[in-house]
Design a protein around this ligand. Structure first.
Ligand SMILES: Cc1cc2nc3c(=O)[nH]c(=O)nc-3n(C[C@H](O)[C@H](O)[C@H](O)COP(=O)(O)OP(=O)(O)OC[C@H]3O[C@@H](n4cnc5c(N)ncnc54)[C@H](O)[C@@H]3O)c2cc1C
Length: 438
């Protein structure tokens, strides 16, 4: 079958790889000059299965209210005269009940764990080098209440099969000695030995390269403007995708099936087809510093709970990422937010990096209110979704691509997940390394 994948972030690229493996003739379209140049470019780089709690949880509404109007708040909601934003916010509130939160965590853990296993397999198969570290993720707390509140979440994760251990300050320092300087501020932590980190851009562009070598056709500098449809009801289908070519010509490309993987920009493409995707961009920041003293820099991926920042060591670079601003599709850098990241990183690891020459970046997380992505079918028989991976697109990416390729090929994916437009049978089956076919 001829398949066109729209978007070459981690989600589109992983989809293309597995579709090609399933024997399809695959073309990927992206407006950028290469793969992974938008949100999958400079994120926090954590493969974080065991911290799958969505932002929509019972404690979130009060926190968001407290942060309103604060320029350096971890989560900043700027109200706009925009229907999608308001509708999204209402849906977000709906997902904050304990029942919804628990169900969302279950879904997210399932796809994340499947994805991590898939990444491990891909790493072995392709040999892609991406500064990965398999030393776990250490989440440290500087607020006693936040630490106490994290204990039930840690237990839930353990119940779901994720080894997330709540640990003392001494253990935090033993696992990451570079934190010793702020020992007196740390009240505890949790450590998830199975989690990992690695450069999402290096991995995705490497996978795109391998996919191209295997026969996938990448059309870069090509902007998607419209999906063309035919028929109604059960016979409704997509007949083509209109693009603007690198030479500026409008062209229509045809395939048997189409996969929508354009992150935050999927919503606008789907809307004219009567498909209302509840995805809103959550602008996040990252700063990348050159490590000048490796012994003073962390070598375990960290989450600084108080500041909602993640820290990943990528070879001789340190990546620090976080914060979220719901304010439309702008990607401009806000100086207050950039400086807040550098201030905090310098406070944690004063001698580790060259803080005078940071590289700042922003990206738009494709956020669904629940943080559960859309993976599956639509009312158009040949249009498939793989989008809305929010805060965990790198963690979920490889598994989402593999599951989507199964769905397009008419197979049932191996993971027990609530796929869009497909029957779902809730089950307590936990994904374990043994339960997934290599
Ligand atoms: C600050 C920050 C930190 C993060 N940290 C982590 C982390 O530690 N771990 C984790 O798991 N996740 C993390 N994430 C989330 C993760 O980065 C995203 O979920 C993921 O990158 C989304 O991938 P995607 O392929 O859906 O979107 P994208 O990477 O944005 O890909 C979409 C592609 O579609 C293309 N496109 C869009 N519109 C068009 C069009 N009209 N025509 C043609 N092409 C188009 C774009 O060019 C782009 O290449 C973080 C995100 C941010 C912002």
């Amino acid at each position: 079958m001829k398949v066109i994948v729209l978007g070459s972030g981690i989600i589109g690229t992983a989809s293309a790889w597995f579709l090609n493996k399933s024997g399809h003739d695959v073309t990927v379209i992206d407006r950028q000059p290469g793969a992974a140049q938008e949100t999958s470019f400079a994120n926090g780089c954590q493969i974080s299965v065991s911290h799958a709690e969505p932002w929509a949880n019972p404690a979130a509404p009060m926190k968001v209210l407290k942060w309103l109007g604060k320029e350096d708040a971890p989560l900043l909601y700027r109200f706009r005269p925009e229907w999608l934003q308001w509708k999204w916010a209402l849906n977000f509130l709906r997902e904050c009940t304990p029942g919804r939160t628990n169900e969302n965590i279950r879904q997210i853990v399932a796809i994340c764990e499947y994805s991590r296993q898939t990444l491990v397999g891909l790493r072995a198969e392709t040999g892609i080098q991406y500064d990965n570290l398999n030393r776990g993720i250490l989440h440290f707390y500087t607020d006693q209440k936040e630490f106490d509140d994290s204990l039930p979440a840690a237990k839930l994760m353990r119940d779901l099969g994720c080894p997330r251990d709540s640990i003392s300050t001494d253990e935090v320092i033993r696992i990451e000695p570079a934190l010793a300087r702020i020992r007196d501020k740390i009240v505890g932590g949790d450590f998830t030995a199975n989690d990992e980190s690695g450069d999402v851009y290096k991995f995705t562009s490497g996978l795109a390269q391998k996919s191209a070598e295997a026969g996938v056709n990448f059309k870069f500098n090509t902007t998607v403007t419209r999906l063309i449809t035919e028929g109604a009801g059960a016979s409704a289908k997509i007949t083509g995708v209109e693009v603007i070519t690198p030479e500026g010509r409008h062209e229509v490309l045809h395939a048997d099936a189409y996969v929508l993987a354009m992150g935050s920009f999927s919503t606008a493409l789907a809307k004219p087809l009567g498909i209302d995707l509840m995805i809103y961009p959550g602008k996040g920041y990252s700063a990348t510093y050159t490590v000048t003293d490796p012994s003073a820099a962390p070598s375990v991926s960290l989450t600084d709970d108080g500041y909602k920042l993640v820290v990943s060591r990528l070879g001789d670079r340190l990546r620090v990422a976080g914060t979220c601003e719901l304010n439309g599709y702008t990607r401009e850098l806000n100086t207050a937010r950039c400086e807040a990241i550098t201030r905090r990183t310098r406070e944690l690891f004063p001698d580790a990096c060259d803080y005078d020459n940071p590289t700042y970046w922003t990206g738009l997380r494709p956020l669904t209110p629940s943080n559960v992505p859309y993976i599956g079918k639509t009312k158009f028989s040949n249009l498939f979704l793989n989008t809305g991976h929010g805060t965990l697109g790198w963690t979920m990416g490889c598994g989402s691509g593999r599951a989507l390729a199964d769905i397009v090929s008419g197979r049932q994916p191996e993971v027990n997940f609530r796929f869009t437009g497909m029957p779902y049978r809730p089950s307590d089956r936990i994904i374990t390394p043994q339960s997934i076919t290599a």
